[in-house]
Structures are given as C-alpha cells and as structure tokens.
Design a protein around this ligand. Structure first.
Ligand SMILES: C[S@@+](CC[C@H](N)C(=O)[O-])C[C@H]1O[C@@H](n2cnc3c(N)ncnc32)[C@H](O)[C@@H]1O
Length: 293
C-alpha cells in the first residue's frame, strides 16, 4: 500500500525531476492498495503484495542485498518470524534490562519529533515495527503526514504491510535501497532507523542520502548496536562481521553523522545499544542528486 499523496516525492529515476503518477488500480481513502504507477519517462512501477516496488524494474529479486546478513532477510519465513522470534525481545537481550518495543518506539518518536506535519522515512523497516508504531501516532496527530517504510526484502515488506493493517494503520511501503534513496531532495521532515545501519554495505553513503532527502533541520533518530567491550562479545561480533554486520562506537556514530551533514544532539547508550538523535544542517556543502549513471 502507498499513500497517493506521497507519490509526488518518489523519484526512482534521478534524471526525471517529477514524482510518480497513479495510473490504475484499487484505492481506498487515499491509499493505493494495489495498482500501477508511472514515471514521466513512461516506466511503470507496481504496487502489489502490499508495497510499491521500485527495484523490480532494475532486475534481480535480491537487488540491493550486498552481504550475507541482507540475504538472510530474503529467506522464506524471515518476515513472519522476525518480530516474534527476535524483535520482541532484542532490546531486552542487548541492553540487559527490560526494554519493551513500546518504550523503544516512544523514544524514537520523541527523538524524531513526530508532532511536525510532513513525511517520515523508516530506513530498512523489516516487519515495520517503527513504521506502524509511528504511523499510529501520526494518525492521531494529523492526516497531512505519512510514514514511508522502505526495505529491500519482499518478505519483510509483505509482513510489514499485514502487521500495519492488523494494527489499524495504513503507512506507505516501498522496496528501495537505502544507498540510493528514490525520493526528492529536501522533502522529508524525519528519518528513523532501527538497527539497519549495522547491516548496510555503506552506512556513510546511506546517511548522506538521508541528509539529501531531509529538509533543512529535518531530524534523524537511530537505534543501533555498539561494538562489544567483552572478549565473548568481540568474538561473536567478529563472526557476525564475516556476514557483513558491522558494529559502532558512540564516537564512530557521531562522526558518521557529522560527515553526512548532521548536527548531533545526543548519543545515549543502554548496554550494547545506542540511540542517536541529530538534525540536518541548515546549510549543506552541496545537495547532490543521486548518481544518474
Ligand atoms: C536489522 S533489520 C531492521 C529492523 C527494523 N528497522 C526494526 O526496527 O525492526 C535491517 C533491515 O534492513 C534491510 N536492508 C538491508 N540492506 C538494505 C538496503 N541496502 N536498503 C534497504 N533495506 C535494507 C534488511 O532487509 C532488514 O530488513
């Protein structure tokens, strides 16, 4: 599903300076349930199985997956099992104390300042914990806002859509790559990111893309996993890094954000987890459109 009003921000072809247009399909109360959208170049992009697919036309079902950790999210059942098996208890395990999903979503909502009208992006949404949690809050605040969850994994996106519908909210979902965000520059008011930076091939590039699509002063709220300080943790993380997972120090996260044109406001740690809040600088050295090659 995808909000019709959010199509104008979607730019899958950087050389085409206009959003997508809804051509045909099923629409309910401003939400396209399934159907066809088209760019001004004439390329069609389908909304089916619960999300707008911006990678299908670029070939390869696993397009965007750059390591083993990413590929595991394409496995059958990965979407369905992700939240019940891992996500509902991940922060309890990683922080060493009771840390409910509700508390985590509240914290992220506060850091990204959800009371501003506009469009928010969830970077690597998996089964949509942040997308639907924040969308439920936005529903209460204003109908002018939308939450867009993106991921490269079809399984995750399908699960995210059905969990959102079951929770009674209709955010937008798209299959897209964080390294090449298919959105208009300076158009979002906030970005949230739960654990995805740890899995990305190039987190610095993804953060620069976030800065590009955010309006000046637009906010980013990140949860991620820290580099371990214990011998057991270091050994485990060494093993995971073979699959492409990386871990950060608090200072490392700050520099990544600063180098991507963010002003860091806070980096707090809870056991092995960090939460970072920042806003996009008002002046960027130069806002570059994504690579058109
Ligand atoms: C650690 S999980 C994120 C969990 C989710 N944000 C949450 O809070 O429950 C990382 C997700 O990022 C997605 N992902 C990995 N690389 C990506 C990329 N280049 N572009 C978009 N999504 C990506 C994976 O498919 C996976 O679902």
């Amino acid at each position: 599903m995808f909000r019709k009003t959010s199509l104008e921000l979607v730019r899958p072809e950087p050389s085409v300076p206009a959003g997508l247009v809804f051509i045909s399909g099923v629409e309910r109360e401003g939400v396209i349930v399934r159907g066809r959208t088209r760019s001004r170049s004439g390329t069609n992009y389908e909304i089916k199985r619960g999300y707008l697919d911006l990678l299908e036309s670029r070939g390869g079902a696993s397009k965007g997956a750059s390591n083993l950790a990413n590929l595991s999210n394409f496995a059958p059942g990965a979407g369905r099992l992700y939240e019940p098996v891992w996500r509902t208890r991940s922060l309890d395990l990683l922080t060493g104390k009771r840390f409910s999903n509700e508390r985590e979503v509240d914290l992220i909502a506060e850091m990204v300042e959800l009371d501003r009208s506009g469009t928010y992006l969830d970077l690597g949404c998996s089964a949509g914990l942040y997308t639907r949690g924040l969308s439920l809050v936005l529903d209460e605040l204003s109908r002018e806002s939308d939450m867009i969850g993106i991921d490269i994994s079809p399984n995750m996106l399908r699960e995210a859509t059905s969990r959102s519908l079951a929770a009674g909210t209709t955010p937008s979902f798209a299959r897209a790559d964080t390294h090449e965000l298919p959105f208009q520059s300076s158009s979002f008011v906030g970005v949230v990111c739960g654990g995805t930076l740890n899995e990305l091939g190039d987190p610095a590039l993804a953060l620069r893309e976030c800065a590009r699509i955010l309006k000046p002063g637009g906010r980013i709220a990140i949860m991620g996993i820290l580099k371990s300080g214990t011998r057991r943790g270091v050994n485990l993380q060494r093993l995971l890094s073979v699959g492409g997972v990386r871990f950060f120090t608090g200072e490392g996260v700050e520099s990544l954000l600063e180098e991507a044109s963010f002003e860091v406001e806070s980096v707090t740690t809870h056991g092995a987890v960090f939460f970072a809040a920042a806003h996009r600088r008002y002046e960027l050295p130069e806002i570059q459109e994504p690579n058109t090659a």
